[in-house]
Design a protein around this ligand. Structure first.
Ligand SMILES: Nc1ncnc2c1ncn2[C@@H]1O[C@H](COP(=O)(O)OP(=O)(O)O)[C@@H](O)[C@H]1O
Ligand SMILES: CC(=O)OP(=O)(O)O
Ligand SMILES: [Mg+2]
Length: 399
């Protein structure tokens, strides 16, 4: 069964094609910098053990152009993995915010699409582009059922004391203002991998997803108990372009004293802040380079980034009453040894002992980077949101 998975970001589209039940993708791709003149598509195929790869740099003004190019590559005479799009039975879409309405995998219908529009304001960097991805996919993959998998779904198990805000009750009851939590598909995937690796179904885990967006989740018995993102994907950790936690008084000050419109504040805290605002770069590789060149702002930002992670580790150790393993995942978590080092430093009293040498060595798959006698294991686990989405779609379709 051919299942195509689309993970639309604010300016990128990640995609994979699976011939389920095989969990090895036959094709993996990334469209970067959608909307800019120098956009690129990297498309890799894996057929009969052979990997082929192409990268095209071209103007991709919008999602339609991007997905049409992906569609062309899927059935390309040289690189093609299917004859035509009619072979694709299902398209799985990653949707970041499901609000209180969407708590599990959902088939996309015209009614569902209308309801999705109501979530745009809640995740302005993500849900409008995911919606666009759905609309374009519907025109390309006309034979396929379109399914939505929500980042918020995994966090539905959190107790009310964790997700409620201390606003008057009516704001929750009337307007559904509460913490939702994000990156659930990734936290679910890596925590299940950790449970299998540790062979401990009731493991107490802290999952740390560090991509462009960053969040942490406390997990026990495979269930999310608490998570660092809230009503939208803005609170908690410092991110590529987002502030993470800041005192809301700053917003009153910006509006009342500096005359900012709310749209300008939203743009500031979502797109101009985080590591970008602190250093001029949102990509951790550029920030590391700047640190090596002696840039003090970059050094401070990096320290702030790791310090925030460390504070959440302490907080989630309290929530879980102990930790079996800490998991680092996503672009920064999987690749940046120094961030892992700083985040886990000076916590030996909690049983957290990172092995400095092993932390810096690289190998594919799950890596254990704690010392052999560390009571808390520290794991690097590559995330795969696309595979998790494909698995959920397959489980639904095979009945
Ligand atoms: N080798 C690396 N070292 C440090 N950071 C890296 C490396 N490779 C990727 N990254 C970071 O990963 C981030 C993207 O992570 P990713 O999980 O792909 O994010 P998203 O899915 O949110 O786009 C980039 O911003 C970059 O900072
Ligand atoms: C929810 C979220 O922040 O997603 P991403 O990390 O893909 O931006
Ligand atoms: Mg991501």
């Amino acid at each position: 069964m051919n299942i195509f998975v689309i993970n639309s970001g604010s300016s990128s589209i990640k995609y994979q094609l699976f011939k389920m039940p095989s969990t090895s993708p036959v094709c993996v791709g990334l469209v970067e910098r959608v909307g800019y003149g120098d956009a690129s598509i990297t498309h890799k195929t894996y057929i009969n053990g052979e990997e082929k790869s192409v990268t095209h740099t071209m103007p991709i003004p919008d999602y339609e152009t991007g997905l049409n190019e992906v569609n062309r590559l899927l059935s390309d005479p040289e690189l093609g993995v299917i004859k035509d799009t009619s072979e694709i039975i299902a398209v799985g879409h990653r949707i970041v915010h499901g609000g209180e309405r969407f708590t599990e995998l959902t088939q996309i219908t015209p009614e569902v699409k209308e309801e999705l529009k109501l979530t745009f304001q809640l995740a302005p960097l993500h849900n409008p582009s995911a919606y666009k991805g759905i609309e374009v996919a519907e025109t390309i993959f006309t034979n396929a059922v379109q399914l939505a998998v929500f980042d918020t779904a995994f966090h539905q198990t959190r107790p009310a004391k964790a997700y409620r805000f201390a606003l008057p009750v009516s704001y929750y009851k009337d307007y559904h203002i509460r913490g939702y939590g994000f990156h659930g598909t990734s936290h679910k995937y890596v925590s299940e991998q950790a449970v299998a690796y540790l062979n401990k179904p009731d493991a107490k885990l802290i999952s740390i997803h560090l991509g462009n967006g960053c969040s942490m989740t406390a997990i026990q018995n495979g269930q999310s108990l608490d998570t660092s993102m809230g009503f939208g994907p803005l609170s908690g950790l410092i991110m590529g372009t987002r502030t993470g936690d800041i005192d809301p008084t700053v917003i009153f000050y910006l509006v009342n004293e500096l005359g900012y419109s709310i749209d300008k504040v939203s743009d500031l805290v979502n797109k101009q802040s985080g590591m970008l605002g602190l250093t001029g770069f949102s990509d951790m590789r550029d920030i590391t380079k700047a640190i090596n060149e002696g840039n003090e702002d970059a050094k401070l930002a990096y320290d702030m980034y790791a310090y925030r992670i460390k504070k959440f580790i302490g907080s989630y150790a309290a929530v879980l009453n102990g930790i079996d393993a800490i998991i680092f995942t996503a672009g920064v978590g999987e690749n940046d040894a120094q961030v892992r080092q700083l985040s886990c430093e000076d916590m030996q009293y909690m049983g957290i002992n990172i092995d400095k040498d092993v932390n810096y060595t690289r190998s594919p798959g799950i890596r254990e980077i704690s010392t052999a006698d560390s009571p808390v294991k520290i794991l690097v686990i590559p995330t795969n949101e696309e595979l998790e989405i494909a698995n959920q779609c397959y489980a639904r379709l095979k009945g």
